[in-house]
Design a protein around this ligand. Structure first.
Ligand SMILES: NC(=O)C1=CN([C@@H]2O[C@H](COP(=O)(O)OP(=O)(O)OC[C@H]3O[C@@H](n4cnc5c(N)ncnc54)[C@H](OP(=O)(O)O)[C@@H]3O)[C@@H](O)[C@H]2O)C=CC1
Ligand SMILES: O=C(O)[C@@H]1CCC=N1
Length: 276
């Protein structure tokens, strides 16, 4: 196998576009990236950049070394059954990025206990700043583990979790996590505007502050709590903002929000995973 295995995405939506775009920007050859989607319009931007595209999932499944299942969880069963025979014959590494679809369901729809990696990436993969949790089924060998790491690791951090239910926790923290930070950014921009800044300045200050805080937290030799303490002067301004967050139960809000997110993953597994 070449140093750049052929990777095929079934479902060319938001997350597949982020992963394929990130791999491309990282130097993955466009001709080794395949995308399948029923919508020719959805595929047009990708083919314009030299990626291989098709509206036929079976054609893609017959061509790739790594098959990334990037459709919505609700259509996964219908997507897998028609390509199950090809997958059993060719045995590509299968990586499912769908929230809430257990390995056992994927294998049942594929008609065999094929090696499956469940991955939970996030959209910052597009700018090589992704974060992904991976879980390997018992059938996944060492070489296939390394292959999954090569693909997800090319666009950011990737780490293995040893129990499948922890994928729901990864979803709550990092899979859905970008949305929480974007929400914070939206709220800070709106608050800055309410305090009199023009929208462009409020946005620029907010986004640069988010970037700076993340970079500091990643590189510092102390944790976020100490970094927060260093910004919070006694009897100063930050203290007043933190007081309002504490009085409003911000920590509890995050606990409940992430628990609701993880619970939804488990609920989807019950709703969708049991399908024939
Ligand atoms: N978005 C995110 O941040 C993350 C998403 N995920 C997971 O990734 C998966 C995809 O999510 P996302 O990219 O947001 O969803 P999108 O709806 O953006 O992408 C899914 C794509 O699959 C297409 N599709 C539908 N039916 C088929 C089919 N039969 N064969 C091939 N393609 C098909 C859809 O087309 P159409 O729109 O025409 O139906 C759409 O283009 C989900 O399972 C989600 O849980 C995981 C981590 C993060
Ligand atoms: O909201 C969702 O269900 C998907 C999974 C993680 C991020 N987006």
């Amino acid at each position: 196998m070449s140093s750049h295995p052929r990777i095929g995405f079934i479902g060319a939506g938001n997350m597949a576009s982020a992963l394929a775009g990130g791999l491309l920007a990282r130097g993955w050859p466009a001709a080794s990236l395949w995308l399948a989607d029923p919508s020719a319009a959805q595929l047009a931007a990708h083919s314009g950049r030299g990626l291989r595209t098709t509206t036929d999932n079976a054609e893609l499944a017959a061509a790739v070394d790594v098959l990334v299942l990037s459709v919505k969880p609700q259509v996964m069963a219908d997507v897998l059954k028609p390509i199950a025979g090809i997958a059993r014959a060719r045995r590509p590494l299968i990586i499912s990025i769908a929230a809430g679809i257990p390995v056992a369901s994927l294998q049942r729809w594929l008609g065999a206990a094929l090696p499956v990696v469940r991955a939970m990436p996030n959209t910052p993969a597009l700018v090589q700043a992704g974060a992904a949790g991976l879980f390997a089924s018992a059938e996944v060998g060492e070489d296939q583990r390394r292959l999954a790491e090569q693909v997800l690791g090319a666009v950011g951090l990737s780490l293995w979790v040893e129990r499948e239910d922890l994928i729901d926790a990864v979803t709550a923290v990092s899979g859905s996590g970008p949305a929480y930070f974007f929400y914070v950014m939206e709220s800070m921009i709106a608050a800055g505007v309410a305090l009199g800044l023009d929208e462009r300045d409020a946005r620029a200050l907010t986004l640069q502050t988010a970037l700076g805080a993340a970079q500091m937290a990643i590189t510092a030799d102390v944790g976020p709590a100490e970094l927060r303490r260093r910004v919070t002067s006694p009897a100063g301004t930050t203290e007043q903002a933190v007081r309002v967050f504490d009085e409003s139960g911000l920590g509890d809000i995050f606990q409940r929000a992430l628990a609701a997110c993880a619970d939804r993953g488990a609920e989807m597994a019950r709703e969708l995973g049991g399908r024939d």
